[in-house]
Ligand binder design. Structure first.
Ligand code: ZN
Length: 138
C-alpha cells in the first residue's frame, strides 16, 4: 500500500469565505500515483471546515445565511469564549460544517456523486491556515 501526504495553505483576505479545492485534491491524487484507494481531506484548524456540496453561488449564500442564523458572529458579547478571542461563532460554524471529507479514488480520479465538489470553508480568516490531504491505496 502506498501513502501520500500534502498540505494546502490558505490566507483568505476576509473573515468568511468558500474555496473550491477539488482541482487541488485531484492534483494531489495524480502526484501520489495512487489509482485505487481513499483520500482524506481535513481542515487543520478548528475555525475552518472541509465539506462536499454543490458549486452554486446561491447555495453558498444560503449556507452563509443559515450559519449566521444558527451562530451569529455578533454581538461578540453573546459568547463565553469571546473576550479571550472574538471567534466563538467560527468554532460553532466549523463544528456544524465538519472537519473532513473522505472520497473514494477510482482509476486515479475522485469518485464523486452528481455535482459533488470539495470546499474549504473559512470562518475566521485573515490569517494562515492549512488543509491536510492524505491518500492511501495502490
Ligand atoms: Zn477561538
Amino acid at each position: 500500500m502506498k501513502s501520500y501526504r500534502k498540505e494546502l495553505t490558505f490566507n483568505l483576505p476576509v473573515r468568511r469565505g468558500l474555496v473550491n479545492i477539488t482541482e487541488e485534491v485531484q492534483k494531489a491524487i495524480k502526484e501520489s500515483g495512487i489509482k485505487e484507494g481513499l483520500v482524506l481531506v481535513n481542515a487543520m484548524n478548528i475555525t475552518a471546515s472541509v465539506f462536499i456540496n454543490d458549486d452554486e453561488s446561491g447555495l453558498h449564500q444560503d449556507f452563509e445565511d443559515w450559519l449566521e442564523g444558527l451562530a451569529p458572529e455578533k454581538p461578540y458579547s453573546r459568547y463565553r469564549h469571546n473576550g479571550f478571542e472574538d471567534n466563538a461563532d467560527a468554532h460553532l460554524k466549523r463544528t456544524i460544517m465538519g472537519r473532513e471529507v473522505v472520497v473514494a479514488v477510482t482509476n486515479g480520479l475522485l469518485d464523486f456523486g452528481t455535482w459533488e465538489q470539495i470546499f474549504y470553508y473559512e470562518f475566521d480568516g485573515k490569517r494562515k491556515k492549512r488543509v491536510l490531504i492524505k491518500i492511501i491505496g495502490e
